[in-house]
Write a protein that binds this ligand. Structure first.
Ligand SMILES: NC(=O)CC[C@H](N)C(=O)O
Length: 201
């Protein structure tokens, strides 16, 4: 099976019927006014993204996409301003703490990967109760090796309880071929594509 990416406009009401996975990308939505992702989560397409996620199909939010998914209630917690209040843009070493997800099963457990970060509001926050749940359910997927932004428990990426929605601040797509400085990120997309292929059969 050949996987073909397709851009879906945020004003659409419905995802195409044969959608295998949804990727909510990074960038700036509505100029990050109020909070990053706080307005974009009302985009018409988000209703169907929620239904899609409810059926157990894979959804990944990267950077602004992660912010949108937390604002939409698809993932717990919130992203706050970096502790330094600076926009931080640099390569960042991470550890893959959970390689048992459909997004990370081609990584080694505790593998070090280098993904760039580029954000002003990457400081992941959740309350103690949520953090306990995240740990108990093995929902923490990536952690920062040297926490750049003040994130609770060094969290760089989490999945929802069901394991089909991933949100992460670092950018695997900016580390997906050696000409970009590294190809660690490619494994994430290969894991995802293999999972989608398996689901489709
Ligand atoms: N690269 C991104 O997606 C940036 C996300 C958001 N605009 C921030 O600065 O936090």
């Amino acid at each position: 099976m050949k996987v073909t990416p397709e851009f879906i406009d945020y004003r659409e009401q419905q995802l195409p019927a044969d959608t295998g996975a949804v990727l909510v990308p990074g960038g700036f939505s509505y100029g990050d006014y109020l909070r990053s992702g706080a307005i974009a989560r009302f985009s018409p397409i988000m209703e169907d993204v929620k239904h899609f996620a409810d059926t157990g199909k894979p959804v990944i939010g990267i950077c602004n996409g992660f912010q949108v998914l937390t604002e939409a209630g698809l993932l717990p917690g919130a992203l706050r301003h970096n502790m330094s209040l600076d926009f931080i843009c640099k390569p960042q070493p991470l550890s893959v703490v959970n390689n048992q997800t459909l997004f990370t099963d081609q990584f080694e457990k505790d593998q070090t990967v280098m993904f760039p970060i580029a954000h002003g509001e990457g400081n992941y926050y959740c309350d103690d109760e949520t953090l306990t749940e995240l740990k108990q359910n093995n929902q923490i997927v990536f952690i920062y090796q040297d926490n750049p932004n003040g994130s609770t428990a060094d969290i760089a990426g989490i999945v929802n309880k069901q394991g089909n929605v991933l949100g992460m601040m670092p950018h695997p797509e900016r580390a997906s071929e050696s000409i970009l400085g590294g190809a660690d990120g490619k494994l994430l997309f290969e894991s995802l594509v293999a999972s989608v292929e398996m689901a489709v059969g």
